[in-house]
Design a protein around this ligand. Structure first.
Ligand code: NAD
Length: 353
């Protein structure tokens, strides 16, 4: 087999420091020579942030964070960064908080150190997102890629189990979609396959015991692998669908991914034999879809977009919006009837077909 592809690798330092985010963060702040740190953390993340930023030269802690980064929320954080003359942004939280740090970095060029407390993976991508008037705009820019990521699993044990499941399945969606996304290549396929293998084992362990630190650490490791794969491969059909749904109805990000994933896998797997084989093996199952179904059953995954706030009347607009952005590289042609059926089944919580 001849190999012919182009693969970009993003430059970023990763510090795994279970139980010692404070030490890892202090070392990084010192190395960057920062003296006026702007800490971003949502109210439910501020206790975690307090635990690990004590002793840093903190200029301000800012807690106005919102999912999908509304432009007004970004503007406020940018104004605070200017007001305190910040020289470093430290984000402690889930994808929403990381996203806010990226919005500040996008216009200011300030370096970011990200301390993730969910499995969203935004910390390992150069993708930013902003929303205004129900429309989500995304782009990629090297300025928003955090300089360093500090992973400390002890900061994730407080994430409720249902949110952990949805967030872990969001990471799994990065893996699965990376296998057929526009820039899919053997390097990101290797990362995605390993990410899926680790997630399939660690997620049930966290459901069994939310305080299982080793399993939580495995989830962070897999979240990182999945996000690197996703950043390199780009958005496949799954991410395009979730992006449209998120913008249209402000649906919760991770649960939306968790619901849509099996439907996209059911559509694409028969036409993507390499992805099918990799995922079946990662799940330790005869088929990729069977393996995903068994995993979803074990972790009691969310099943219906209806339960998340989507209604029948939103389907036509969603179908049209996805048709506009569906990647031509998708293994199966994305037609109106195909999308109508897929979204209806996801709305109702029917079995994927
Ligand atoms: P989130 O950041 O909105 O967090 C969900 C909830 O959990 C919030 O209330 C948060 O405060 C709380 N929380 C987070 N960590 C906690 C912890 N350890 N203990 C207790 N509570 C905790 O949700 P998310 O799914 O992590 O991120 C979603 C956002 O990230 C979306 O806006 C999405 O677009 C973005 N995202 C971006 C990328 C990218 O590459 N740019 C990738 C993935 C997700």
């Amino acid at each position: 087999m001849t190999r012919s592809f182009v693969h970009d690798t993003l430059g970023q330092r990763i510090r795994f420091a279970t139980g010692d985010a404070a030490g890892a963060l202090a070392a990084e702040v010192e190395e960057l020579g920062a003296q006026r740190v702007l800490v971003l953390a949502a109210p439910s993340e501020s206790a975690l942030a307090g635990r690990i930023t004590d002793g840093l030269p903190v200029a301000r802690v800012h807690d106005e964070v919102a999912m999908h980064v509304p432009v007004a929320v970004a503007e406020l954080a940018r104004a605070v960064a200017t007001e305190v003359d910040a020289d470093l942004v430290v984000s402690v939280g889930g994808g929403s908080t990381t996203g806010l740090a990226k919005a500040v970095a996008l216009t200011s060029g300030l370096p970011v150190v990200a301390v993730p407390t969910t499995y969203a993976g935004s910390e390992a991508t150069d993708v930013w997102g902003l929303t205004q008037d129900g429309r989500k705009t995304t782009g990629s820019d090297p300025r928003v890629l955090p300089r360093c990521v500090v992973y400390d699993a002890s900061l994730t044990t407080s994430l409720p189990v249902d949110l952990s499941v949805a967030s872990g399945l969001n990471a799994l969606a990065h893996c699965v979609d990376s296998l057929w996304a526009p820039r899919a290549d053997p390097i990101n396929a290797a990362l995605a396959t390993e990410g899926a293998r680790v997630l399939a084992r660690a997620l049930p362990a966290v459901v069994a015991d939310g305080q299982d630190l080793e399993a939580r650490e495995e989830l962070l490791y897999a979240a990182y692998l999945s996000a690197v794969a996703f950043a390199s491969a780009g958005s496949g059909l799954h991410h395009k669908i979730c992006h449209v749904l998120g913008g249209l109805r402000d649906l919760p990000h991770a649960p939306t991914h968790a619901v849509v994933l099996p439907h996209v896998l059911a559509l694409n797997a028969p036409a993507a034999p390499d992805a099918e084989a990799r995922l079946a093996e990662a799940f330790g199952s005869a088929t990729a879809l069977g393996g995903l179904a068994a995993l979803r059953e074990r972790v009691d995954a969310p099943r219906s977009l209806g339960a998340l706030g989507l209604e029948e009347e939103h389907l036509p607009a969603a179908v049209e919006a996805v048709l506009e952005v569906a990647p031509p590289s998708n293994p199966v042609p994305v037609t109106r009837p195909v999308l109508e059926q897929l979204l209806r089944r996801a709305l109702e919580g029917s079995e994927p077909s």
